[in-house]
Design a protein around this ligand. Structure first.
Ligand SMILES: Nc1ncnc2c1ncn2[C@@H]1O[C@H](COP(=O)(O)OP(=O)(O)OP(=O)(O)O)[C@@H](O)[C@H]1O
Ligand SMILES: [Mg+2]
Length: 312
């Protein structure tokens, strides 16, 4: 499977969401960043090596493929995988079988490979720097994560999510954003996508001093014309991959309780429930509009409201 999208748009988040929602969830999710590995290291990192395979190989080492057995191997920045290593990688993808460096024994694994990149792989294929067969193999299922500017309705949802997650860093109570601050965030194009939004909220939490995050607490880029002109948050969301709505983490402003919030991992149910609450809040409780925003049927929304006991 291949996930593409701009830097900071949430590709790894989507990969983790797919893993957590799958039957592989009890098994490891192993992430490898191809850009961080030198060509000589890649092979032993991915496939492991036997003791004495090369100078410095003092012990046998298990590679990431083996470590991810029965789970998911997330291959980040796959466009950086050196051409010379792509052939072996393709063979392993097809056969789920390899030898450790310096070893002769075939090792069989059962691994779902999810690759991600912000590079234009078809252009790399044309330029001869990415193998065409590997591209087709990876892109059997291709998910495109839209940039944050293409899904402006996610901006308030994510901003609240990060506020709840991060506000326990400071001692004062913070209830939300001023209307002007929220409007400014919704009007900005966010070239750095969700990562930039997260950093902006964190900065505002640290720099601000009131019970609301104000325009003045936001980074100057929001007002200096970087990024494209405003995109109104009322615009219908761009068509997102089916997995996205469940992963977009939204939160409702609840009573301030730093201890309870402190970085607790959220389940998919929590994420979905919070997404529904945020959609209902942003539509003033209008269920038909909230259902449209969430891209689900109204009857599905009613079922979920009952199931999650929202508003009761
Ligand atoms: N839907 C989301 N809900 C909550 N947090 C998100 C969401 N999408 C992205 N994030 C957060 O934004 C940051 C960037 O996300 P992520 O690392 O998944 O992006 P990426 O597309 O892999 O970026 P890069 O191309 O730079 O590797 C992370 O801190 C991540 O937790
Ligand atoms: Mg990433």
């Amino acid at each position: 499977m291949l996930i593409t999208g701009q830097s900071g748009s949430g590709k790894e988040m989507v990969a983790r969401g797919i893993h957590q929602a799958s039957k592989r969830t009890g098994h490891p999710f192993v992430a490898v960043n191809c850009a961080a590995l030198t060509e000589s290291l890649i092979e032993s990192e991915l496939f492991g090596h036997e003791k004495g395979a090369f100078t410095g190989a003092t012990d046998r080492k298990i590679g990431r493929f083996e470590a991810a057995n029965h789970g998911t191997l997330f291959l980040d920045e796959v466009g950086e995988l050196p051409l010379g290593r792509q052939t072996k990688f393709l063979r392993v993808l097809e056969e789920q079988c390899f030898e450790r460096v310096g070893g002769t024994k075939s090792i069989h694994v059962n691994v779902r490979v999810v690759a991600a990149t912000n590079r234009d792989l078809p252009a790399m294929v044309k330029a001869g720097t990415f193998r065409e067969d590997l591209y087709y193999r990876l892109s059997v299922i291709h998910t495109i994560v839209p940039s944050l500017g293409e899904r402006p309705t996610d901006i308030p949802i994510l901003a609240h999510h990060f506020l709840l997650r991060l506000r326990s860093q400071v001692a004062r109570n913070i209830d939300g954003f001023s209307r002007d601050a929220m409007n400014a965030m919704c009007a900005y194009r966010w070239p750095g996508n969700v990562r930039e939004l997260r950093n902006a909220v964190e900065r505002a939490i640290v720099l601000g001093d009131g019970n609301q995050l104000e325009v003045a607490d936001l980074p100057p880029e929001l007002f200096t014309g970087s990024g494209d002109p405003a995109v109104a948050p009322a615009v219908a969301p761009a068509v997102a991959p089916a997995v996205a709505p469940a992963i977009v983490a939204a939160t409702a402003p609840v009573a301030h309780s730093p201890a309870a919030e402190a970085q607790a991992p959220m389940t998919l149910r929590d994420l979905e429930k919070n997404g529904i609450i945020a959609a209902l809040q942003s539509t003033g409780g209008n269920k038909a509009r909230a259902a449209a925003l969430l891209q689900i049927d109204r009857s599905t929304l009613y079922k979920k409201i009952k199931d999650y006991e929202i508003g009761s």
